[in-house]
Design a protein around this ligand. Structure first.
Ligand code: PLP
Length: 373
C-alpha cells in the first residue's frame, strides 16, 4: 500500500462514518456529536436559504463575523471562520510551521493537530501526560511543566485542546496562565476551546478569555459543532492576532462557508436559551455516565467535554465491536496509543439507557439497567 493509501485507510478507520445509525445502530455515541439538535431558529434559517442555493454565499462572511464579534466580545477583524474548526486548525498550523519547525502538543490530544502538522511537513512534539484512570483517580493528567520543558528554538506553535479530546483532561485557569507566561512571545499559542461551554465553571476551568491570557500570539479556536449542535453544517471560528487573520484571508479558499451555514450560525449564536438547554442536557448526560461508572467500579477519566473515556480490561477495539453488536457505537482509541480505553459521547436519555444496558453485558458489570438509571 502506498503512503497515501495507508493514510487514507487510517482516516477511514477514525471517521464518524465508522459507526452509523444506518447500520442498525441505536445509539451513535462514537463521534462527540451533540444530538439534542440545533436551535429551531437555525433550522429555519438554513431551510430558507436552501431555495437560494443557486447563489454564492457572502465570501467575507461579514454578518457572521460581526455576530461572532458580538457573541465573543472580540474584535471582528481578528475573527476568522471556516467550514468547521478542523480546517482552521490545519490552516493555522500550515501558516506557522513548515519543515524543520516543531509543533508542541500534549500526548493524546485531538488528532487534527498531528494530521495538520504532518500536512505542513513540520515535526510534532508530544509532551507526556499522566497514566490511565484507576477506580480512585482520574487519568491522563496534564501538567504545565511537561509542555514547557519541551519548548525549543524550533517550536513555532503550542497547541492545547482545552479541554482535551479524547481524554477530557484539562488545565485549570491558573495553569493556563502559567503556561501562557512561559510560551515565548513569538510562538503561536493555540487554545482549542471546542468544548468550552461544557467546561466553564467546572473544576477550575477557565476559557482563555476568562483566564485573561495576554499572550501576544494567542489564537483561540472554537466550533459550532458541539454545544450548538451544528456539526453537519460545518462552522468553526477563531480569534487570532490581526496579522494572522490577514494571512489566513490570503490563503483561504473563496466561498468556504455555505450561505445556509452562515445563516444558521448567526441564528444559533442569537439563541442563548437553546444553547443553554443543549449545555444543560449535555451536563446531565455526562454526570449520568460518570455516576454509572462510579456505581459499577469502571475506571474513567473525569471529563469536561461531552464525552467520557473509560478503561477496559481487554483490547478496546474488540470491546467497541461488542458494543456495536448491541447497537451502541462507542469509540476505541488505538490511534492515541490508548489500546484499552474507550470513549463514549453523551447522548439522549434513550441512547444512554442503551449504552448502560450494553455496558453491563459487554463489560460484565454486576448490576441491572434499572440500578444504573
Ligand atoms: C478538541 C476538538 N477540536 C476541534 C474539533 C473539531 O470540530 P469541527 O471540525 O467539527 O469544528 C473537535 C471535534 O471533535 C475536537 O474534539
Amino acid at each position: 500500500v502506498s503512503a497515501t493509501g495507508t493514510m487514507a485507510a487510517g482516516r477511514v478507520a477514525v471517521s464518524a462514518a465508522d459507526v452509523g445509525r444506518r447500520n442498525g445502530i441505536l445509539a451513535r455515541l462514537s463521534s462527540n456529536e451533540v444530538p439534542f439538535g440545533p436551535s429551531p431558529r437555525a433550522i429555519s434559517a438554513a431551510q430558507e436559504l436552501a431555495s437560494q442555493a443557486w447563489s454564492y454565499p457572502d465570501d467575507s462572511c461579514s454578518a457572521l463575523r460581526s455576530a461572532l464579534a458580538d457573541f465573543t466580545g472580540s474584535p471582528a477583524e481578528g475573527i476568522i471562520v471556516a467550514a468547521g474548526s478542523t480546517p482552521l486548525l490545519h490552516d493555522l498550523v500550515r501558516l506557522h510551521a513548515g519543515p524543520g519547525d516543531e509543533v508542541l502538543v500534549y500526548e493524546k490530544s485531538f488528532r487534527a493537530y498531528s494530521v495538520g502538522t504532518a500536512n505542513a511537513r513540520a515535526t510534532l512534539v508530544a509532551a507526556p501526560v499522566g497514566g490511565p484512570a484507576t477506580v480512585t483517580t482520574s487519568g491522563f493528567a496534564r501538567d504545565v511543566a511537561s509542555l514547557v520543558e519541551r519548548i525549543s528554538a524550533k517550536t513555532r506553535m503550542v497547541i492545547v485542546d482545552h479541554p482535551g479530546n479524547p481524554t477530557g483532561a484539562h488545565l485549570t485557569g491558573n495553569e493556563l496562565r502559567e503556561l501562557a507566561d512561559q510560551v515565548p512571545n513569538d510562538v503561536l499559542l493555540l487554545v482549542d476551546e471546542a468544548y468550552f461551554e461544557f467546561a466553564v465553571g467546572h473544576r477550575g476551568y477557565e476559557t482563555s478569555q476568562e483566564a485573561g491570557i495576554e499572550h501576544p500570539r494567542l489564537a483561540v479556536v472554537r466550533t459550532l459543532s458541539k454545544a450548538h449542535s451544528l456539526a453537519g453544517l460545518r462552522i468553526g471560528y477563531a480569534m487570532v492576532p490581526v496579522d494572522v487573520a490577514q494571512a489566513y484571508e490570503a490563503l483561504r479558499p473563496r466561498f468556504n462557508i455555505s450561505a445556509a451555514s452562515q445563516a444558521a450560525a448567526i441564528e444559533s449564536l442569537g439563541d442563548a436559551e437553546h444553547l443553554e438547554a443543549n449545555v444543560r442536557a449535555t451536563l446531565v448526560g455526562r454526570q449520568r455516565i460518570e455516576q454509572f461508572f462510579r456505581d459499577t467500579g469502571v475506571p474513567f477519566t473525569e471529563s469536561l467535554g461531552n464525552f467520557v473515556t473509560f478503561e477496559v480490561d481487554r483490547e478496546a477495539k474488540a470491546v467497541a465491536k461488542d458494543f456495536a453488536d448491541l447497537g451502541v457505537g462507542v469509540r476505541p482509541l488505538p490511534e492515541f496509543d490508548m489500546p484499552r480505553q474507550v470513549r463514549v459521547s453523551v447522548g439522549k436519555d434513550e441512547e444512554l439507557e442503551a449504552f448502560f444496558a450494553a455496558a453491563i453485558s459487554v463489560l460484565g458489570l454486576g448490576m441491572t439497567p434499572t440500578d444504573a438509571g
